[in-house]
Design a protein around this ligand. Structure first.
Ligand code: PMT
Length: 412
């Protein structure tokens, strides 16, 4: 599949950590920061001590999306390098000095920027800048080779005027080039660009009275992982969620509480969706009548009469046109049989079946073990995985389905 995405089109809503190391070219990082913000990225600058000798954090704070951070130990959050590393869609370092390259290659994290580089799984783009002699030194070459082998991206340096009236290779790539390269790195794996994905997450709460409800243990982690990963891959994501859990900046959240509210939110948006992933644990039953005032203990134990909630996924299965429909199945026994029955009854493309009685899988935990049952009859048993990884695999399957359905677009 060939996609001619303009590189900058991949920046809106993406969280970019902009690292600035201590070289004279640090002043040009101000322009990189400005252009990244202008391209729609959320930019969090991190300056080393040496960088601050060339340019002040105030300048970056004024231009970026949040205040510049300069210290591993004196940041607004307790563990800033992991917070930044996990939030990042991309880390850009401009300028990347010889010292920064050496620390990163050696795995040293003794300041906020080098620690963030070690604490991230996001792609990293380095824009080196230094004198020619340094750039050509065998130690620097070895570090660049090592980092390249590890999949780190580089832009520049170019040849041209250097500090001290020197000239030669070692000049920081132009800010334009750096921002374009950032977009290009993010475009890799941007395989859901433009796809409208509707995801549900969390457990619904069915009121008994104004303070009590019938609920379940769903934390929303699974659904949020799907929504965040889809957004990172370029999809236009709407997340209908019952939880207050944060979502990626590019995700449009719709807050709901009950099965009825979730049904309304999902059905309203179904016609404008290409893909629906129902990861929410929707209550199957709700109290037939919810008391308007708090039930009093002295009035005796109330008798709860339950009724069925709307089956959202079954309704989508009836109405579907060319949407891709993905359900989850939470089972405690006969996983395959129950999941296969849901796949057929709800007219799904595939179902992600999880045994929620297994430790480390299902509700609340960060990991899950799933079996993917496809309407084409194939079954894929997956190992215990982080929910973030399982989310990626579910999205890979959705992407393959979309590609099969749109051969004419694929071949363009
Ligand atoms: O949120 P976490 O703590 O991360 O936990 C993740 C999870 C265990 C909730 C998730 O992995 C999961 O299994 N979600 C589906 C839970 C569920 O309701 O399963 P079910 O087998 O009861 O329902 C089958 C499918 O029909 C589901 O996609 C469900 O969203 C949907 N459904 C169910 C009932 C209903 N009234 N309407 C529905 O649309």
């Amino acid at each position: 599949m060939t996609t001619a995405l303009p590189a900058r089109a991949t920046l809106p809503g993406r969280f970019v950590v902009l690292g600035v190391a201590g070289g004279i070219a640090a002043y040009k990082a101000v322009e990189v920061c400005r252009q990244l913000v202008e391209s729609g990225a959320h930019v969090a600058p991190v300056l080393t001590d040496a960088a601050q000798r060339f340019v002040g954090p105030l300048t970056f704070s004024a231009l970026a999306s949040e205040p510049a951070r300069v210290d591993l130990f004196d940041a607004p959050e307790p563990i800033p390098h992991t917070t930044l590393g996990r939030r990042a869609d991309l880390v850009v370092v401009a300028p990347a000095t010889a010292t920064l390259l050496a620390k990163y290659a050696a795995g040293i994290g003794d300041d906020l920027l080098s620690a963030t580089l070690l604490a991230t799984r996001a792609p990293v783009l380095l824009a080196p800048a230094m004198h020619t002699e340094m750039w050509e030194h065998p130690a620097v070459r070895a570090n660049v080779d090592e980092l390249t082998e590890r999949g780190v991206h580089f832009v520049g340096p170019t040849a041209g005027a250097l500090a001290g009236r020197d000239e030669g290779p070692g000049r920081l790539a132009d800010p334009d080039l750096i921002v374009d390269a950032a977009g290009r790195v993010l475009a890799e794996g941007h395989d859901l660009a433009g796809v409208r994905v509707l995801v549900t997450a969390g457990g619904t709460r069915e009121p008994i009275d104004p303070v009590r409800f019938v609920g379940n243990r769903s934390s929303g982690k699974m659904g949020h992982a799907v929504a965040d990963a889809a957004a990172r891959r370029g999809a236009q994501v709407t997340l209908v969620t019952t939880t207050a859990r944060p979502a990626a900046p590019a995700v449009a959240r719709v807050a709901v509480e009950t099965a009825e509210e979730m049904a309304d939110a999902v059905l309203d948006r179904f016609a404008d969706s290409d893909v629906v992933v129902m990861a929410a644990a929707v209550a199957d039953f709700r109290p037939k009548v919810a008391a308007t005032d708090k039930l009093k203990k002295h009035d005796g134990v109330p008798e709860l009469v339950l009724e069925a909630t709307p089956d959202i996924l079954a309704a989508l299965g009836q109405r579907r046109r060319d949407q891709i429909l993905v359900g989850f199945a939470a089972e405690t026994n006969e996983l395959h049989e129950h999941a296969a029955a849901k796949l057929a009854a709800k007219h799904l493309d595939f179902v992600v079946a999880n045994d929620v009685s297994e430790p480390d899988a299902g509700f609340e935990v960060d990991t899950n073990r799933a079996v993917l049952l496809d309407s084409d009859g194939s079954i894929e048993e997956l190992p215990l995985l982080p929910k973030t990884v399982l989310a990626g695999l579910v999205l890979d399957r959705i992407r393959d389905r979309l590609t099969e359905r749109r051969p004419q677009e694929r071949d363009q």
